[in-house]
Ligand binder design. Structure first.
Ligand code: ADP
Length: 271
């Protein structure tokens, strides 16, 4: 089965629920004076509610481009894209997604709780509701005792938890995460992976997660989209049949090893 067909075959969710993301033949060509870059070519992908989908591939294969298309930060050169059943622009305007960047991007002069409240402040949510939501979200990410601290008083992993809480401020269906743990050391990254899976399972969000790390993708995902560069395209989609909840024993299981090998081979273009 080709990658496209494989991705499409998942478009009809078992209970017939509307997909959260439905992209068909998406291409993105950046035009600069130096020439054109085909960042994404004919990518077709459907993501069902509650899925955890990782995009993996070497630098330049179009992972961030695909995420930015979904977020309506850029518009495709060609192809069709629906997010939560709407155009990407409508989905952005109705705050259907939260976005987590590689760097936490926190305001140093605001306390942690005030960083989480910021998007709600901008949208003029009443003060009591801002407070209530921010405190609930800080509890969700395990930072209930750190709301009055400033970002510089937190470790890198804790700062990234704050940005996850902030991305969830509007209670979006969809969480878009662009290498959120890429700058963390391996041990902190694994702890954050455990934490993210717990949050995902508690909130039933749909997650699209960009990573370079094969083990991170296998540990977290229900499906892995393997991408290759020049031009950026979807090479394969791999179902991860490891049961949830996942813990340390999963990382040491034979199936985990088989799946990491399968992803590694797909990245090398081997079938
Ligand atoms: P990845 O996230 O997989 O590293 P990107 O989506 O960032 O890949 O980039 C895909 C390709 O598009 C790369 O060759 C990159 O240099 C190019 N590219 C990304 N953004 C721009 C841009 N704004 N203008 C021109 N080229 C870009």
């Amino acid at each position: 089965m080709t990658a496209q067909l494989q991705a499409q075959s998942r478009s009809r969710t078992e209970d017939g629920a509307q997909p959260v993301i439905s992209g068909r033949d998406l291409s993105m060509v950046y035009r600069a004076r130096a020439g054109e870059t085909v960042a994404l070519q004919n990518a077709t992908l459907t993501v069902a509610p509650g899925e955890f989908v990782s995009l993996i591939g070497p630098s330049g294969c179009g992972k961030t481009t695909l995420l930015r298309l979904i977020a309506d930060l850029i518009q495709p050169t060609s192809g069709e894209l629906r997010v939560a059943g709407k155009s990407p622009k409508e989905a952005r305007e109705s705050r259907e997604y939260g976005y987590v960047f590689q760097a936490p991007v926190l305001y140093e002069w605001r306390t942690v709780v005030k960083n989480v409240m910021l998007p709600l402040e901008i949208m003029r949510f009443p003060k009591a509701e801002r407070q209530e939501r921010a405190e609930r979200l800080l509890k969700l990410v395990g930072l209930q005792d750190f709301g009055r601290r400033y970002p510089f008083q937190l470790s890198g992993g804790m700062q990234q938890r704050v940005s996850i809480a902030r991305a969830l401020a509007f209670d979006p269906k969809l969480l878009l995460m662009d290498e959120p743990f890429g700058a963390l050391d391996e041990i902190t990254r694994e702890a954050m992976n455990d934490e993210l899976l717990r949050i995902w399972q508690e909130t039933h969000k749909t997650v699209v997660f960009v990573t370079h790390s094969i083990s991170e993708a296998v540990f977290l995902s229900s499906r892995i989209v393997v991408m290759t560069p020049r031009p950026g395209k979807i090479e394969r989609v791999i179902d991860v049949d490891l049961p949830y909840p996942r813990d340390e024993s999963v990382r040491q299981s034979r199936r985990f090893f088989e799946l990491t090998t399968e992803v590694r081979d797909a990245l090398k273009g081997m079938h």
